[in-house]
Design a protein around this ligand. Sequence first.
Ligand code: SF4
Length: 360
Amino acid sequence: MQQADLGPAYLEEKEEVIIKKIAQRKNELGDKLLILGHHYQQEAIFQFADLVGDSLKLASAASREKSPFIVFCGVHFMAESADILTLDNQTVILPDLRAGCPMADMAVIDEVEDSWQDLTGVVAGASIVPVTYVNSSAKIKAFVGENGGSVCTSSNAERVLTWALAKGDKVFFFPDEHLGRNSAYALGIPEDEVVLWKRDRYLGGNTVEQLRKARVILWDGYCTVHMQFTADQVDMWRQKDPKIKIIVHPECRHEVVSKADVYGSTETIINSIAKSPAGSSWAVGTEINLVNRLSKQYPDKSIHSLSPFQCLCSTMYRIKPGYLLWVLDHLAEGRIVNRITVDHDTAERAKLSLNRMLEI
Ligand code: SF4
């Protein structure tokens, strides 16, 4: 499915006019509509969200709501998770179909299945448990579910990894190398037992001996936003302000996470800053829209981006007010556009991996 061209009425109109029209449509649609807003959305969209949060929190919250139309202001894999977790009579809509997640797109099901076969072939006799970060496609979640593994989030990755290592000899972790590595090191797994599986290399670029010794095998996916934070930026802030606290997301490289005072999910970042005393200063290693929002929300604290450059999630940023209005106009006229659906079989297998995480 391709994103339709919206035309000048949506793309060239002044933002304040579009914003007024969104408010009118939202009012008209009332309880039939639920707008979900991810923390990384721009303010022009975020202000219309009925529920805000990270991807899994939003998808689970949507499953407890009755609204028939759920407009997910996030990226594609999030809308898929919402479709898996909501009822059949609920419709999930993504305002711009081009809003994908580069990290999720780095784990393509055919490549993952081929790599799994290669790996199981060379470590015959060892049991491998697949774990996937929630930032992955429904097909990857389904693959993990049917192979006895679990989904994890950035808040529970260490707990899920502990469970997986107790269940099997090795873990194959998708798609984020950095969340996997940070979690493995936090559990005390030695560096030579954590290896990287490079997608374009035979056996991921590893020797058979390395794979036999490894306990955690990391898929080489990464977040294009969190990769922009560096250890030098941490040093720069500490030099500038010795009292500053550095807080980063675990999708950042290990050298950044290991230098930070705190690391954790978006919810951890928000709560840590909220609870800190007035006058505290923070350099934050996560997406710029969230950093700017926190800075406005807590004017009594000094909150900066860790990076001097704008670390923006450009695909999340595709959800612009014109696109939100376009889907709402269609809904108000009884038409559904940009519906995200996961087929029944994939959804059932993906639910296995999601439910396993909830049990853990
Ligand atoms: S911030 Fe990173 S992981 Fe999140 S949607 Fe954007 S690219 Fe994907």
